[in-house]
Design a protein around this ligand. Structure first.
Ligand code: GDG
Length: 472
């Protein structure tokens, strides 16, 4: 019997050490939901880091057994590995580089060595589980070397790789001292997926310029094998967000919020703390809106949820300070006794409250500098049951390729952002409904389940074709 193994840096369950002992908390991320239908089936398995440092072997065994019961297998990482592989190479070298923030990138040989070593550790964990017939689906930028490592050990295995972040222009990639190793690492897969055709084109150009490999019709020919590349824009679990927004609980929250905010209109902003998300630029645009259009003072508030993330990386800590300062300055300048311009939350909220915010907001302001896809934009669309609401979306988010009925903006053009905010606030209801309906049809159809299916079917097809060619 062949199985499917999903491999990602983090498992869809987070293990926490509390006073009562270890607790196992399922993650609610989009990937966990989308792949839930796969890894929970039969003997399938999800392999990844469970999010804590183990103290001894008995704790390891305990975690291993608990996770096994839910079709997961842990890869244990040490504090040094998290520092050098995760915070170091993954989040201080690859993340800024792939998001066009090369000025933030560090190039540390020791981080690179940790990255290689941790990818090897993952490779061993996968090999300990994988049979020759199994399908292996590797996820994201923390594991770029893994496909090739697996290929060396299992030349016949079906290996897929999906990149969740942008793939940048080859001019940017070539700055990396380890560019060829990284590209070769990815090419160990049979199928490589990206969110958009733009990222795919960048990848093909990098492979051609840096490795001298040619590509035709979505196929790269290496000296020994051919590798398929394609775009698979990731979707969300549409029903989950539509149902959460429709729930009595969300309705109750919305009524509470409205009363507390005295019916002030709401512009919503939701992100992880990250310099790629354009949070500070968004605050400056909101400030300029209040300056340029004083009629909105007292009428509109920006509800801004920033979820803590990667606070061990220096740029994230200074971004947090910048946001705190901007919010403080804008609020102190414009607030009145009864009105707060910005309602800023630095924490994460449970899904029901998130759904209530999506339902309440008239405008969603999704303006990343760069974003692989951006699922928040799609979740907002799915939550708008009454088809009343406007999405302002950065043209540099992968989601902009599909959501062309949003108000698309260039996030560095602050004037355009201010005008988009004003336009959104005065947009006739009929136009809002027309735009939302078109986007809802798309987000509903191309959901996370169809995304998973498309990728897995394409991988199976690629494998079958390779096999047919080899036996001809
Ligand atoms: C990476 C890529 C790509 C946020 N706050 C809360 C909360 N969230 C959830 C959202 C959404 C998810 O977190 C964020 O997903 P994004 O796609 O917006 O962004 P990244 O985390 O950067 O994800 C990105 C994605 O991978 C998938 O390929 O789209 O481009 O960077 O689902 O709802 N969830 C809860 N409480 C919160 O406070 N429960």
């Amino acid at each position: 019997m062949s199985r499917t193994l999903i491999v990602s840096n983090r498992l869809p369950t987070k293990v926490l050490r509390t006073d009562e002992g270890l607790t196992f908390q399922p993650s609610e991320g989009g990937l966990a939901t989308g792949l839930g239908s796969i890894y929970r089936q039969g003997d399938n398995l999800w392999i990844g880091w469970p999010g804590l440092f183990v103290q001894d072997e008995s704790e390891e065994e305990h975690i291993r057994t608990e996770l096994r019961a839910d079709n997961m297998a842990p890869v244990f990482l040490t504090e040094n590995e998290i520092r050098d592989f995760y915070e170091g190479f993954s989040n201080s070298t690859l993340w800024p580089t792939f998001h066009y923030f090369s000025e933030f990138a560090t190039y540390e040989q020791s981080h690179w060595e940790a990255y290689v070593a941790v990818n090897e550790k993952f490779c061993e964990a996968v090999l300990a589980e994988a049979g020759p017939e199994d399908t292996i689906w590797v996820h994201d930028y923390q594991l770029l070397l893994l496909p090739e490592m697996l290929r060396k050990a299992r030349p016949e295995a079906a290996i897929g790789f999906f990149l969740h972040i942008p793939f940048p222009s080859q001019e940017i990639i070539r700055v990396l001292p380890w560019r060829s190793e990284l590209l070769r690492g990815m090419l160990g897969a049979d199928l490589i997926g990206f969110h958009t055709f733009g990222y795919l084109r960048h990848f093909l150009s990098a492979v051609s310029h840096l490795l001298g490999l040619s590509a035709q019709n979505g196929q790269i020919d290496t000296p020994t094998r051919s590798v398929r590349v394609d775009a698979f824009p990731m979707g969300i679990d549409y029903q989950r967000y539509a149902l959460a927004a429709a729930s009595e609980e969300a309705k109750k929250h919305v009524e509470e919020y409205k009363e507390a905010m005295r019916d002030t209109r709401v512009i919503l902003s939701i992100d992880r703390l990250d310099y790629t998300k354009g949070i500070a630029q968004r605050l400056r645009a909101f400030e300029l809106l209040l300056q340029r259009y004083p009629e909105w003072r007292g009428q509109v508030s920006l509800v801004m949820l920033v979820v803590p993330s990667r606070d061990q990386v220096p740029q994230y800590a200074s971004l947090k300070e910048e946001i705190d300062e901007l919010v403080g300055r804008i609020n102190s300048q414009y607030r009145t006794i009864g009105w707060n311009p910005i309602l800023y939350f630095y924490r994460s909220l449970p899904l029901e409250e998130l759904a209530a915010l999506y339902r309440l907001a008239e405008v969603a302001l999704v303006t990343p500098m760069r974003d692989g896809m951006n699922l928040v934009a799609k979740e907002f669309i799915a939550s708008k049951l009454d088809q009343h609401g406007v999405l302002i979306l950065s043209e540099r988010a992968g989601a902009a390729r599909e959501l062309s009925d949003a108000i698309l903006i260039n996030p560095t053009d602050i004037n355009q952002l201010v005008e988009a905010l004003h336009d959104a606030l005065v947009m006739p209801e009929e136009e809002q409904a027309t735009r939302l309906k078109a986007m809802q049809a798309l987000v509903k159809r191309y959901n996370v389940f169809s995304w998973t299916k498309l990728f897995m079917n394409q991988l199976a097809y690629t494998k079958m074709k390779q096999h047919t060619l080899a036996t001809e």
